[in-house]
Every structure is written in C-alpha cells, then in structure tokens.
Design a binder for this molecule. Sequence first.
Ligand SMILES: [Zn+2]
Ligand SMILES: [Zn+2]
Length: 464
Amino acid sequence: MSIRVKFIGATRTVTGSNFLVSTDKSKIIIDCGLFQGRREEYYTKNSSFPYDPAELDACILSHAHIDHSGNIPNLIKQGFGARILTTDATRDLCSAMLTDSGHIQEEDVKYVNKIHKRKNLPPVEPLYTRKDAENSLQYFSGHPYGQKINVTEDISVTFNDAGHVLGSANPLIEILDGEKTIRLGYAVDLGRNNMPILNDPVRLEDLDYLIIESTYGGRLHDSVDSTKDRLAEVINSAVQRGGKIIIPSFALERTQEIAYYLNQLLQEDRIPGIPIYVDSPLAVNVTEIFIQHPECYDKEMYEAFRSGKDPLGTNRIEYVRDVEKSKNLNFDDRPMIIISASGMCEAGRIVHHLKNNIGDPKNTILVVGYMAENTLGRKIVERQEKVKIFGEEHLLKAKVEIMNSFSAHADRDELYEYVKPMKDSVKKIFVVHGEESQSKIFLELLEKNGFPAYLPAAGEEIEL
Ligand SMILES: [Zn+2]
Ligand SMILES: [Zn+2]
C-alpha cells in the first residue's frame, strides 16, 4: 500500500502547520494552522488548501496555538465535514482561541477595505468570521491523553502529552499496512522538561517515522530553574526606578506561567505588592479554561490547586476584560505590572500600553516570548532607537529586558535528547516548523550523528 505525507505548511518556516497523510483507504490532515506573516502573503497562503477539504476523513489537532488550529474555521467553510480529533483541553481552548481569531479576521478586513476604498479596489472578505469560528466548534471531538482512538479504517491516533501548552499533544499515528503497522510520531510542537504547570513531554517510542519541530533547532535557552529568580530581579529593579513593567505575552500558557510565578513571588515576599493586571480578554478566557483542566497539571500545580492555594493568583491578580478599565491603566502612574497580548506586539491592547510607556526610561518592557521577523516585538528585542506604533514614530527609551527561559519549545539540545533513543528504530526524521536556518542546523546535527534526517521542501509529498 502507498502511504504518503505531504508537507504543506510549517515547512522551512515556522507557522501554518498543515500536513496531509494519505493511504489507499483514507486521507487525513494533521493540524490546520494559520500562516502568520505579511498581509499579502497571509491571504494568499491561508485562503486555499492544496486538497479538497470535503474529501478529508479527519483532522488530528496537536494543540490550540493559532499556527496549528487557526485555519480550521476556513477548512470547514470550504467543505470539511469530518471530525477534528484532539484532547479535551485543546477542544475547550479552541473555543476561546478560534472565536478570538475570527474577531481579528473581521477587524483586519475592515482595515484592509478602508485602504481598498481609497485605491478604488473591490472590498475583500474575511478569511472567516467569529460566527464561522463558533460554527466550527461542533466538529471537535475531545479525548484524554493515552487513549488509542480509531480515526479511519486504517488509521488510529493516541494523544501523548507534549508538555508545550495546556492540552498539547504529540500524536502517535498508527497506520495499518497489510500485516504491518507504521508508527508515525508528530512532535510539533515539542515542550520542555520542568516547565511550570505542565507535565514533561512523553517520549514517543518505536517510531518508524517522526515529524519534529525545529523552532529553536540552532539555539539554546536559559535554564528553566533560574526563571523565577530572574523575574524577581527584573521586577525589583523596575520598581526601584518607579516605573511600570509591561509584559507582552501570549494569551495561552505564557500568561498563566507568569501569573503562576508572580503569585509565588508575592507569597514568598520576594517582590513588592504592586498592582498586577492581566489585560487581555482572551487571556482571561484562557485562564478560566486552565482552571477547568486539572488533568493536565503537573504534580506541584495539581497539589496547589487541590488544596485551594489559587496557584494562578486569580484572587490577587486583576484580570481585565473591560476596555475602559484597560484605558484607565494609562492614567495610573504607580509602578505596576501589565501583562497583555498579543505576544508579538502586533495587535491587541499591548500595542496601546507600549505606545504609552515605551518612551519613558523608568519603564521596563519585559520580553518573554518568541518575536518573529518584521513584528514590533522583534524591533523591541533588537532595541531599535525608534519604532513605529500605529503609524507614528516613538523613541524606545524604556529598558528592554529579555528572558529566554520562558520558551515553551524544546531548544537544540532538548530536541536532540528527545530523538536520541530513537536511533535504532526510526527510518526517517522530517525536520519542520522552523525558520530555514534553524531547521538546517538541527538537520545537520542529526546527520552528523548518523540519523536519517530530511528537510522537506514546502509542498513536497513523500512516500513512507
Ligand atoms: Zn505551539
Ligand atoms: Zn507552532
């Protein structure tokens, strides 16, 4: 029988995870993420699929990040009518993440159409609306970790904890090939050991094939262990200067991790009792979902949760939904911590907070996440002298602190440690989900150590 994998998205780039697995009997996709990048490319790459969505038998979804789940409403709009198999927590997180994404699509199109009107161009439609996103939720089917689920006549899946974000999984896909079973592992994305809140990634064993991410294929993170100390240091130094601490953060996972650490630091009296705000409606919704899924917690988090210790600090930290309240933070001069989305500073309330605080050397911008090329976040990381916010130039005078230890992605050594025990069984390792230079470094590391590794080209289909 012929078994093929087509590498569609997140191939020689980070975003847009989408892989097609075809056999003689079935056709499924793994992930259906949004490609994120410049606007023109965004629409061309996300609006169509190189397969007929109506012909698919299932979608296996690894986790709720938008670069993995964000194009699902569009897939359904274009005829997909099968099940989206994922974990229970991912299903619930997608209800928040996808409706938020639908709202962003609608807002973005309003902006584009203003420009189109000026240029006498026809108006464009959003990729999908909030309503489309809500409609897509009925196709989701949530499952616990570790349970084997029949997907089609010849394909089954088991979700294994990826230790990346709440509910994230590294699915093991088993494909019947006559008498044989082909074991295909999918470690996109792969988390790290010792992360707060989450369990360590489960190692997939006896694989024939592995598709693995390489976001940090050529880089190393600071150790997780020093995170809390360094966070305390940054906050105490900012408070001494009398400034605000602005933390651009992803609404999913990063915000809850920071809340978790801040809450501990407060309880241990290691930072002063200044106001802390999580200013992002999405982050507030996601935090509520975190509280509903203790089955995903690691031991420490579970114990704290069970004994009523409020590990995410929901009583101490102020979670802001209201727009007026968010705006009022601009008029409050006290030292405070504002955690806000989006993580790369491209949209959402964080942009307003940056605009209002970036020019004052008393303030601190604390970068805790990956900033892609061409984003405002990346310009801040590069400490550019002037940055453009809402079309206006601002001097970057605030102190920029960067903490790499928060990463939810395995770094070069952690990726290598993960694949090392597979050496005898694995027939091919496909390196994906990385900027090309990062993927290549990891590929070379694998090849140098005798692994059968391969870097597919975007759109390439490979017979297993
Ligand atoms: Zn992810
Ligand atoms: Zn990803």
